[in-house]
Design a binder for this molecule. Structure first.
Ligand code: CDP
Length: 229
């Protein structure tokens, strides 16, 4: 069967990562969470007090960042920064508060997109983010654009944070998601926009299983073109 590239883009907390992870598991594909990469850069910048207005400091910091993904004993992908597991640290609100500003920077995007393209070289990949179908893999075989109502997204994110023992007020989450959507959609470099060929799925009233099934069904039509008929 043809190995394809699946790009899943959309607003914050629409279920992109969960969908991408489950689709990759079902298809035995590699899953890459591009948002985790931008979150990792943000963690490094904050911890090393990198000035966002100093291009030299930014270039130096980027050259010191080595991001890897390791599959844990439960089959889930965990993010490592220079050999250290930072999966929990990058999910904190502290990172969510700064990540959109960091990822709007040209230098940061160039460095991350280069790594993301390398990871997709062998195809058989599901990548989620904001610019995967538009910039990273414009040639992706299947492009999905996820949306959902704000309150539904905020409650889903609150539940995820709670599962990590992090109790965050719903208003704070709504505020963060709204701000990130705004910055991500209006930035100059690779703004979040739906790719022309992307298929929109509104996840407000459907379950994770339903959205995963739909993406798998669409993937199969790309892997076995005869299925389209
Ligand atoms: O999981 P959530 O939807 O909250 O966000 P994420 O996928 O972890 O991404 C965090 C942030 O990274 C986004 O709000 C964007 O600012 C940035 N990002 C990006 O610019 N481009 C990507 N391909 C992925 C994420």
């Amino acid at each position: 069967m043809k190995k394809i590239i699946i790009a899943i883009d959309g607003y914050s907390a629409c279920g992109k990562s969960t969908t991408a992870r489950e689709v990759a598991k079902e298809l035995n594909y590699r899953y890459i969470d591009s948002g985790a990469m931008y979150r990792t850069v943000t963690l490094y910048f904050l911890d090393h007090h990198v000035s966002l207005t100093n291009p030299k400091e930014i270039e130096k910091a980027l050259s010191e960042i080595h991001i890897t993904f390791v599959i844990n004993s439960k089959g889930a992908s965990e993010t490592f920064l220079n050999g250290i597991n930072i999966e929990s640290a990058i999910r904190k609100m502290r990172i969510s508060e700064h990540v959109s500003l960091v990822s709007a920077m040209r230098e940061v995007r160039l460095a991350m997109v280069k790594q993301q393209r390398k990871l997709g070289k062998e195809r058989g990949i599901v990548m989620d983010g904001r610019d995967i179908g538009t910039v990273v893999f414009p040639e992706a075989d299947l492009k999905i654009f996820l949306t959902a109502d704000m309150l539904v997204r905020a409650f889903r994110r609150q539940k995820e944070l709670l599962e990590r023992n992090d109790l965050v007020d719903i208003d704070e989450i709504v505020d963060n998601l709204t701000k990130r959507d705004q910055i991500d959609s209006s930035r100059k470099e690779s703004p979040l926009v739906k790719a022309d060929a992307a298929i929109s799925i509104d996840t407000t009233h459907i379950t994770i299983d339903e959205q995963v099934d739909e993406v798998i069904r669409l993937s199969l039509t790309k892997m076995i073109p005869a299925l389209k008929r």
